[in-house]
Design a protein around this ligand. Structure first.
Ligand SMILES: [Zn+2]
Length: 300
């Protein structure tokens, strides 16, 4: 009898040991699955950075910060189910704040397979009255736009979040491509020799360019939505939308792309306005409203 009790206890112990192991393994399996998913997500953003051959380690660190913020934005959507956010949550926007602290005047092919080359990235213009470099204004505006878009529920990826990067226009387009962006926004400000020239405009890829045929329609539509909102309050430069076939950042883009020129830094009055936080925020609100309308039209 004693022997029977001993065997029974032994069997029960072995059985619970096996059950316990199985349980912890399945929990581990679940953890592994979650971990793999997260890793995949950071790889997506990182791969864009790797594309930028000259990108500093600082830039790589910034990219991981951006990734964390994106996750935070996703969590916000879950806790705040508003209809608009639910629709736009899967919509990825890549913002490229134009230029950088130091121009890179090495050459790169201006389109896939083309022998014609252009500068990797130029210096941009400077505020005639503020003396602010364009790359500074472009990042200020981009960061405001990013915040507004994230509040609306969009996923936002930035090509740069500091001035000390070395990213060519080709590399910037590749970041948008690799992220699978639904819209690529190259944010710039204008300059002219004529100091009285002013107003907002948007550059889009050319309809008849062999490199941008497939992205022209969507790019033009996005530009139209943005212009419709901006023109309610901001003066528009000439017709407002200009097609360009000579831009590296357009020709290498495989996703719809627009280049808003948010105003002329060569016009003293407009230059001052663009450095006014209230004016710039309002301008970015209007731009975001146009982007939202475009996104909704695509998801209908
Ligand atoms: Zn520019």
């Amino acid at each position: 009898m004693k022997r029977f009790v001993f065997v029974a206890i032994l069997i029960t112990s072995i059985a619970s040991f096996i059950l316990l192991r199985f349980d912890s393994q399945s929990e581990q399996g679940l953890l592994n699955a979650i971990f793999t998913k997260n890793t995949e997500k950071s790889t997506l953003v990182k791969s864009g950075t790797e594309e930028a051959q000259h990108a500093s380690t600082e830039e790589a660190a910034e990219e991981s910060t951006v990734d964390t913020k994106n996750t935070a934005a996703n969590e916000e959507q879950v806790s705040q189910p508003n209809q608009s956010a639910a629709i736009t949550g899967s919509f990825i926007i890549c913002i490229d704040p134009g230029h950088q602290e130091k121009a890179n005047l090495e050459q790169e092919p201006f389109a896939p397979g083309a022998s014609q080359t252009k500068y990797k990235v130029t210096g941009g213009t400077t505020g005639v009255s503020t003396n602010k470099p364009e790359y500074v204004l472009n990042l200020e505006a981009s960061q405001i736009l990013k915040t507004i878009l994230e509040k609306k529920g969009f996923q936002v990826i930035m090509t740069r979040t500091s001035h000390t990067v070395n990213l060519s226009n080709l590399e910037r387009a590749e970041i948008a491509n690799r992220a699978g962006a639904d819209l690529f926004i190259r944010l710039h400000a204008d300059g002219s020799e004529n100091t009285s020239t002013k107003g907002f405009s948007i550059l889009v890829p050319a309809k008849d360019s062999p490199y941008t045929k497939t992205i022209y329609d969507d790019s033009y539509q996005a530009a139209n939505f943005v212009l419709a909102h901006i023109s309610k309050e901001i003066p528009i430069h000439q017709g407002g939308i200009f097609q360009r076939s000579d831009m590296t950042g357009f020709n290498w883009s495989r996703v719809p792309v627009i280049l808003p020129e948010i105003g002329f830094m060569s016009n003293p009055e407009e230059d001052q306005k663009l450095s006014d936080a209230k004016y710039l925020t309002n301008l970015m609100e209007l731009m975001a409203a146009g982007i939202e309308e475009y996104a909704l039209s695509k998801q209908r």
